[in-house]
Design a protein around this ligand. Structure first.
Ligand code: GDP
Length: 194
């Protein structure tokens, strides 16, 4: 029996391409470790769901969560593109490649820490996604840490580098509703054929 969707429920964890669930549309969160990804995921889900994917020593995988809003959130650890130790990289690349190329990913949120940007990794991710025709937006995390006087300059810099940027704070909640709305709009635009 197919139950009512429970927001924040972990639906699947994929460690190999064969494990990837046929859920769609999926909104994927990517970003380096410590960028604030788990905190944002929890905020978006409204529950502390991502804790399950934060266990130390876990193998790298892609975790899929129910949002109850007609789309799913996928948590990709690490940047997924550059930061994986070499012995793990091949398996990880095979998994992320399969995830992004087989369809179903409606939008990617590329998380950046405005105080610790990594332009090279960020542009690698953006180019990779653009080549696949997957829409992505930059989400600037931990926005509460910037003083009011720093925000304008920080935003302009990020926009010059990344295009569209949504500043958010998982701590204060600032920007979260804007991001939610943006996700819904993008997914709706995208979902007509899928
Ligand atoms: P992850 O490794 O990308 O999943 O990052 P986490 O969500 O675990 O966050 C890394 C650190 O940044 C933790 O110490 C969080 O408390 C902190 N952090 C995350 N989001 C925010 C935020 O919006 N504001 C502030 N001030 N700290 C944050």
């Amino acid at each position: 029996m197919k139950g009512k969707p429970i927001r924040g429920r972990l639906l699947a964890a994929a460690h190999h391409p064969a494990d990837l669930p046929k859920l769609r549309p999926v909104v994927a969160l990517v970003g380096r470790s410590n960028v604030g990804k788990s905190s944002l995921l929890n905020r978006l889900l409204g529950v502390a769901a991502a804790r399950t994917s934060k266990k130390p020593g876990r193998t790298r995988g892609i975790y899929f969560y129910e949002t109850g809003e007609g789309h799913y959130l996928a948590d990709l650890p690490g940047i997924g593109f550059a930061q994986v130790p070499s012995e793990e990289r091949q398996g990880w690349m095979a998994l992320t490649d399969a995830f992004f190329t087989r369809g179903g990913v409606g939008l990617v949120l590329r998380l950046v820490d405005p105080r610790a940007p990594d332009a090279e990794a960020d542009s690698t991710a953006r180019d990779y996604l653009a080549d696949l025709g997957i829409a992505s937006i930059t989400v600037a995390t931990k926005w509460d840490r910037l003083k009011a006087s720093q925000r304008r300059a920080a935003r302009l810099l990020l926009e010059a580098r990344h295009g569209e940027v949504v500043p958010v704070s998982a701590k204060s909640g600032e920007g979260i509703e804007i991001l939610r709305r943006l996700i819904r709009r993008r997914i709706a635009k995208d979902g007509s054929d899928g």
